[in-house]
Design a protein around this ligand. Structure first.
Ligand SMILES: [Zn+2]
Length: 233
């Protein structure tokens, strides 16, 4: 475990002792039986629910790469309180919130057998400089929650070779930039037959698409599915 992640966990444990548990969306105190979100906020959460995991709008966003199954937990509307929930995982030193939401999302998707046939969970990597600044990779935290809920192991396969930039205009330019920065060059004791690639939010799809391409470049016969907590609108 990275030192940064340990420090974040320490802060969280301390905060848990000092402050009562509250809903991560509305701030109301949680009662027994409620976890992370109060019942009202959980009920109003804009769940993503496509009829078909093998052919849906996420496939359209990653159209340049073959993806077997694709799913998101909820719709991600910028500035909504639910978006803040996901932003906090990334920017507010909340790795445990990532694990909690990963497990919540996995339990929801497991009801529809989304994880059947998947033998490993892998994640969109962070560049090491970003990892040093943030202390942890938010996608890895979400993946650990998914792993905890499903029993499928997490295997890190990808590295982020350069910073890249998020400010490029246009889908094609973002795709060209993204595909040059990911590489599946981590040595694996056993190559998964069907890996689930996890990201926090899918926006243009360029990052996920580049990671899927990197996996297929290295392991041509690997089947890849994708999952995110949020699908940006
Ligand atoms: Zn609430």
């Amino acid at each position: 475990m990275a030192i940064g992640e340990l420090i974040s966990r320490g802060f969280e444990a301390l905060a848990g002792m000092l402050y009562p548990r509250v809903c991560e969306v509305c701030g109301r105190g949680l009662v027994d039986g409620e976890h992370t979100l109060c019942l009202d906020c959980r009920y109003q959460l804009p769940l993503w629910s496509a009829a078909d995991f093998t052919d849906n709008e996420i496939h359209e966003r990653v159209m340049r790469q073959p993806v077997l199954k694709a799913a998101a937990y909820c719709h991600y509307y910028k500035d909504s309180p639910y978006a803040r929930l996901i932003q906090d995982i990334k920017y507010a030193h909340r790795p445990s919130l990532g694990r909690e939401m990963g497990a919540v999302a996995a339990r929801e998707l497991a009801k529809r057998d989304f994880f059947d046939g998947i033998d490993a969970i892998t994640v969109v990597p962070l560049h090491r400089r970003k990892l040093l600044l943030r202390g942890y990779n938010q996608s890895l935290m979400i993946a650990r929650g998914v792993s905890q809920a499903t029993g499928i192991p997490v295997v890190e396969t990808l590295r982020c070779l350069s910073h890249g930039t998020q400010t490029l205009r246009g889908r094609w330019q973002r795709w060209l930039n993204a595909r040059s920065i990911y590489s599946a060059d981590i040595e694996l004791p056993q190559v998964p037959a069907h890996a689930l690639l996890i990201d926090d939010v899918i926006t243009s799809g360029a990052t996920i698409m580049a990671c899927v391409e990197a996996l297929h470049r290295r392991y041509p016969s690997m089947q890849v599915s994708v999952m995110a907590l949020g699908l940006a609108r």
